[in-house]
Design a protein around this ligand. Structure first.
Ligand code: SF4
Length: 386
């Protein structure tokens, strides 16, 4: 694994051949790398196509002095992980599911990550005893229906270790679903080996894999092959993305990303509004901008390609859907106003007779229940003898 990953030395700038990085001093970049780990895979580098100052893959991974800026809205613990940590490695926010954080390292370090302060080689990975305690915690709470292995990136663990965790979770009767959140299929597709797929396909419980990708460009040929291998291994594939300024903050880029996911058998699940993580304000948009982009995007996308637009409430209160409601109740009326995807507004139920109802033959509109039933029975009878 190590020779596949290019990792910066703390005292060196990541790259120095580009205007973008030349405009920042190497001292600035060193300060970023001293505070937050920097790591990018060869596979991710190969998906960078243009100038790194604007390339949507490069901007996700290359350090930026803007990370040293702390905005007044930034929070230490943006989604309340700490308050919901039951024991080391277990975040228990919802009654029927837990996050199991077995590792705190990733194949790549995304500059916008909401756990950026808590991941990297310097962050503590669970000891074997802590991992056993975490599994025991899950075993002892019969409400836990789903276990979500998240990050750090769980697929960075050795296949042997993953197999051991899977076996232990499969042994717990009340755990019905095992979910992984990962960036590896797009960031380090070689890691999706036949050996790993064999372990996943041998699982007796449903394995869901939420693949994190923020731009269509990340779907290299290798990435698509690795996703196909996971699908062939019987995993259910979900897609998640973060709405990021200058990377995917327009409807057509998101449209292409979510279509690409569906074409690769990934069902888009969540589009996350960016969290208030320290050092990430340069990636953030306002909720209003996000809603405008999301509204425009969903106008063109089929239902199977449309994720929900989600906000994680600071303080650990959970995720909510923040897409603009398309239905409104006027308190002075006994009907709703509904917006269609083309900007039209209608009442529900319709307050005017609809043209297609008016056009129906009167005998159909006036048919009583008994005659409908009689006619249906005759049809059933006819079909049986055909
Ligand atoms: S792979 Fe996931 S956990 Fe790791 S840095 Fe990226 S977003 Fe954060």
């Amino acid at each position: 694994m190590k020779n596949k990953i290019l990792q910066t030395q703390k005292k060196q700038p990541y790259r120095n051949s580009n205007d973008y990085l030349q405009s920042s001093t190497s001292e600035d970049l060193n300060r970023v790398a001293e505070r937050y780990d920097v790591r990018i895979t060869k596979a991710a580098i190969e998906t960078i196509r243009g100038d790194v100052s604007s390339d949507p893959v490069a901007l996700q991974y290359l350090p930026n002095p803007a990370e040293l800026y702390q905005d007044h809205q930034d929070l230490d613990d943006p989604i309340g992980d700490e308050g919901n940590t039951a024991i080391p490695g277990i975040i228990h926010r919802y009654r029927d599911r837990v996050l199991l954080i077995a590792v705190r390292v990733c194949a790549v370090y995304c500059r916008f990550c909401f756990r950026k302060e808590k991941i990297g080689p310097s962050a503590q990975t669970l000891s074997n005893d802590e991992l056993s305690n975490a599994i025991e915690y899950i075993r002892n709470d019969r409400n836990i229906w789903e276990v979500i292995l998240t990050g750090g990136d769980p697929l960075i663990m050795s296949t042997k270790k993953l197999q051991s965790i899977l076996t232990q979770l499969e042994d717990i009767d009340h755990v019905k679903i095992i979910r992984f959140h990962t960036r590896i299929p797009v960031a380090d597709p070689d890691r999706i080996t036949q050996e790993l797929c064999d372990v996943l396909s041998a699982a007796t419980k449903p394995i869901y894999i939420a693949v994190h990708s923020n731009h269509e460009q990340e779907f290299s040929d290798k990435a698509q092959k690795s996703i196909h291998a996971l699908h062939k291994a019987g995993c259910v594939l979900l897609g998640q993305a973060v709405l990021l300024k200058n990377i995917n903050d327009n409807a057509s880029t998101l449209d292409r990303l979510f279509r690409k996911m569906v074409e690769n058998r990934i069902r888009p699940y969540y589009l996350h509004h960016p969290d208030l993580t320290i050092g990430t304000s340069h990636f953030r948009l306002s909720v209003e901008e996000g809603q405008r982009i999301y509204n425009e995007m969903r106008r063109s996308l089929s239902g199977i390609a449309t994720p929900r637009y989600m906000l994680d409430i600071p303080g650990g209160y959970g995720k909510i859907d923040i897409a603009t409601p398309m239905i409104h109740k006027d308190e002075h009326c006994n009907f709703h106003r509904v917006d269609d995807l083309n900007g039209g507004t209608h009442s529900y139920p319709p307050q005017e007779p609809l043209a297609d109802v008016q056009d129906k033959p009167s005998e159909i509109q006036n048919t009583d229940k008994n005659s409908v039933l009689e006619n249906s029975m005759q049809l059933v009878h006819t079909d049986t003898h055909d």
